[in-house]
Design a binder for this molecule. Structure first.
Ligand code: PMP
Length: 439
């Protein structure tokens, strides 16, 4: 790897479409290992963003690297659906074992968006109904079908011709009036929102599926009460509508179980999975029961690279590593540890608002201490200083008010301490700048 590519970085904004660029953070790297990135600047950075990309078992885990190398030594890629490889069949078998309920049949694609496209298409084929109901603040991808059910940021949807979806509010966990239990409130609101939707906008027998993220991801790491997600399932059953879970972000251990479906005790009819499946190799799947999948007519959906044998070998190695290194338990334990530490930081730092988490999916709200309102300007300052200090976080939330902390599931308590020390310093430096230090 050539070391001096600073001229390429300098010219980056001319060569890479601005639409794919992110202003903060922006880190050219030369090497990745475990929980760390190594920058072109020679510095080492702790990665608290891996839940995006999604290197759940750590960057370049030796077992995954070995599986990729072995796969590439023997195989390339033939037309999917024509040439069949052992790794894809083995992966489907192993995934069927860890999936909730009857979800045991797989359509493999390359990205989360593709898995969502598949889920929508499958639901429409099976039900012969035109509409999907999704949730306000939800994010399901950037291809046009996935965008039609996405509402987390309006800029994504510009020029989108409406393609048959309706949105209802997600669990409004912070909005229950005084004296009303938040759990009871969100469940009642959900029932009312569905009643209103079906009375005024669309009838249930026109709706193919309800699509939901079990934990709102890009929309700000909102963790609904179990009862809310259970009510979503009940309403789907009551109105005879299919339920799709978008587990692109929550899947593969992020919540401390294989899937959020298991964390919440709710099983959908169709699931979209991607990100963590192959530790950075492009792979995704639309999942349903064999019975449902059989209603998708033969040959009516395909994709050139779907189920690439090398990506599938990587995914098989990921499953091995998750089991051998007991990463579900690590996620629960270290996630709880990090959440406790963050509560201490919240007591110390007036710019921290709510802290929400499940497993190693942690959201930290940054507020203006004077008004209590979301503070995206402050958030970016904190992110940039944290990066200078050596830890990479990411942002999220519908008002860009949430710092997302999503390290690899291999992260240790010592690494959490290391990262939060640098975060603490970044928060202090921002608070000094705005004169908001706690006495
Ligand atoms: N669904 C969810 C919940 C996501 O978080 C994302 C990606 N952030 C997607 C779908 C789209 O995945 P991809 O970028 O791989 O298309």
């Amino acid at each position: 790897m050539g070391k001096d590519w600073s001229h390429l970085v300098d010219n980056m904004s001319n060569r890479l479409a601005p639409s794919m660029a992110k202003d903060h953070p922006n880190l050219p790297v030369v090497k990745e290992e475990g929980c760390y990135y190594y920058g072109v600047d020679g510095k080492k950075y702790l990665d608290f963003t891996s839940g995006i990309a999604t290197t759940n078992v750590g960057h370049r885990h030796p077992k995954v690297v070995e599986a990729i190398k072995e796969g590439a030594d023997e195989l390339g890629h033939g037309p999917s659906g024509v040439i069949i490889y052992e790794s894809i069949l083995k992966l489907a078998d192993r995934l069927a074992d860890i999936m909730p309920g009857e979800l045991d049949c797989f359509f493999f694609g390359n990205s989360g968006s593709e898995a969502i496209e598949g889920a929508i298409k499958l639901a429409k084929h099976v039900t012969e109904r035109p509409y999907i109901v999704s949730f306000i603040g939800g994010f399901h991808g950037r291809s046009m079908g996935a965008l039609s059910v996405t509402s987390s940021k309006s800029k994504y949807r510009k020029f989108l011709h409406p393609t048959g979806s309706y949105q209802v509010p997600y669990a409004q966990v912070d909005e229950s009036p005084q004296g009303v239990e938040p759990e009871q409130y969100v469940v009642e609101q959900l029932e009312k929102d569905f009643e209103r939707l079906f009375a005024h906008q669309v009838t249930p027998d026109e709706v193919a599926a309800v699509l939901v993220e079990p934990v709102l991801g890009e929309g700000g790491y909102i963790v609904p009460p179990k009862a809310w997600l259970q009510k979503v399932r009940e309403l789907c059953d009551q109105y005879n509508i299919l339920l799709i879970f978008d587990e692109v972000q929550t899947g593969f251990g992020r919540t401390g179980e294989w899937f959020a479906s298991q964390t919440f005790g709710v099983t959908p009819d169709i699931m979209a999975i991607a990100k963590g499946i192959a530790n950075g190799m492009p792979l995704s799947a639309t999942v349903a029961s064999n019975e449902l999948m059989k209603q998708w007519p033969l040959g009516s959906h395909a994709t050139t690279f779907g189920g690439n044998p090398i990506a599938c070998s990587a995914a098989n190695a990921v499953l091995d590593v998750m089991e051998e290194e007991n990463l579900l338990a690590n996620t629960r334990e270290v996630g709880a540890y990090a959440t406790e530490k963050l509560k201490d930081l919240k007591d110390k730092h007036p710019v921290i608002g709510r802290v929400r988490s499940v497993g190693l999916m942690i959201g930290i709200e940054i507020i203006d201490p004077k008004t209590g309102l979301p503070n995206s300007e402050g958030l970016f300052k904190v992110l940039d200083t944290a990066l200078e200090n050596g830890v990479l976080f990411y942002f999220g939330g519908n008002q860009t008010e949430i710092i997302r902390m999503i390290p690899p599931l291999t992260v240790t308590k010592e690494q959490i301490d290391e990262g939060l020390r640098m975060f603490d310093e970044a928060l202090t430096s921002y608070e000094e700048e705005i004169g908001a230090v706690n006495e």
